[in-house]
Design a protein around this ligand. Structure first.
Ligand code: P6P
Length: 353
């Protein structure tokens, strides 16, 4: 076909980000930071994809002693490897002032990571390097989740407190899901877009511009084995879902639970649904199970940019004022009308006192 008729060439992540920069929606520093994170995710994808052949399955730690992270969870070798890949990739990029990880007790100022030979940037990067890693050993999809905040003016060596900004302050957020295909899903505040890794050329290619979550759904995602530990409003909400069309919701629901947040959220961004990890009596003392800064907030940004909603059950997730780097929160996110229904059960319960 003539050049005019040639099928449009695939849009790489690099080209997409350059177009966003030309449109004034992103600056060069943030564009380059996202490229660095995407490159690190490609390396993690390769490590995850090797499975048992890579010698990186199983628990981290040496001579039988488990390695326990700040969450009190046994680290997998791939948790540690993924964290190291992200640290190394970002140490010299020059776009960051500091970074924080689920796998590290405290945040790390870039200044501490290398000499002043490299320029520091104005961004703070937070990430869960390999979420759902307990699924690695059974070959179920896992993912990397990241969030980008601005470093406060005049702060050259940020500490943990400088990261404690509400989700509405995020300038970018995304995840990379290592599934049948490796996909990067990203927002910079102008829609949520999906890129699929083309392994032959080693580039992420735009495969879904403007992901949109259907307002209504018939699919919910929750770990039902916790039902007896839930608060009353959650018991009532799910109890009514399970009554199906004969119940007050007037329709039958299906259930999915991968127990890998990135996989569950990707399904919801793709076809709708509601994801919930509510308070239960086992995790209530800690505030919930999932972490606010590098799981709930980036996912909430992506979901809202795709027309969905994200709540703690009692307030908009992105408006939560963080009090701790590894703070946990209850999470309801996905199809807007369904999240609003779940919030209604909580509001009505709380009003009854
Ligand atoms: P449960 C994985 O460990 C994780 O942090 C999320 O990815 C996932 O949604 C959740 O915990 C699964 O929790 O209690 O069902 O194993």
């Amino acid at each position: 076909p003539s050049p005019q008729q040639a099928s449009p060439s695939p849009i790489s992540l690099t080209r997409h980000l350059l177009e966003e920069q030309r449109a004034g929606r992103i600056n060069a520093d943030l564009r380059l930071l996202i490229e660095v994170v995407a490159r690190a995710c490609k390396s993690i994808s390769i490590a995850v994809g090797k499975g048992a052949l890579g010698g990186v399955l199983g628990d981290a730690g040496s001579d039988g002693a488990a390695s326990i992270n700040v969450q009190g969870e046994a680290q997998k070798k791939l948790d540690v490897l993924s964290n190291e890949i992200l640290l190394e990739a970002n140490a010299w990029g020059g776009h960051l002032a500091g970074l924080a990880s689920e796998e590290m007790d405290h945040s790390v100022p870039i200044a501490d990571m290398h000499s002043d030979a490299y320029p520091r940037g104005n961004y703070l990067l937070l990430f869960d390097p390999l979420d759902g890693s307990s699924n690695i050993d059974v070959n179920i999809s896992v993912g990397t989740i990241f969030s980008v905040l601005r470093c406060p003016e005049g702060v050259t060596t940020p500490g943990d407190a400088h990261f404690l900004q509400p989700g509405t302050d995020q300038v970018a957020a995304g995840y990379c899901t290592y599934g049948p295909s490796t996909m990067l899903v990203l927002t910079i505040g102008h829609g949520t877009h999906a890129f699929t890794l083309d392994r032959e050329i080693g580039s992420f290619v735009l495969t879904q511009r403007g992901m949109t979550i259907p307002e209504e759904t018939k699919e919910f995602a929750v770990n039902m084995s916790n039902q007896r530990f839930w608060e009353a409003p959650m018991q009532a909400y799910v109890g009514d879902l399970l009554k199906g069309r004969e119940g007050p919701r007037g329709k039958d629901f299906n259930m999915r639970w991968v127990a890998s947040m990135v996989a569950d959220v990707h399904r919801i961004l793709t076809r709708g649904g509601i994801f919930s990890y509510p308070l239960d009596s086992k995790c209530a003392a800690k505030g919930g199970k999932l972490r606010l800064m590098y799981e709930a907030n980036p996912m909430a940004f992506l979901v809202e940019q795709a027309g969905g909603a994200a709540s703690t059950g009692r307030q908009r997730m992105l408006e939560m004022q963080p009090t701790g780097l590894h703070q946990r929160v209850p999470v309801f996110l996905g199809s807007k009308a369904e999240v609003e229904a779940a919030v209604r059960y909580h509001r009505e319960h709380d009003l009854q006192g």
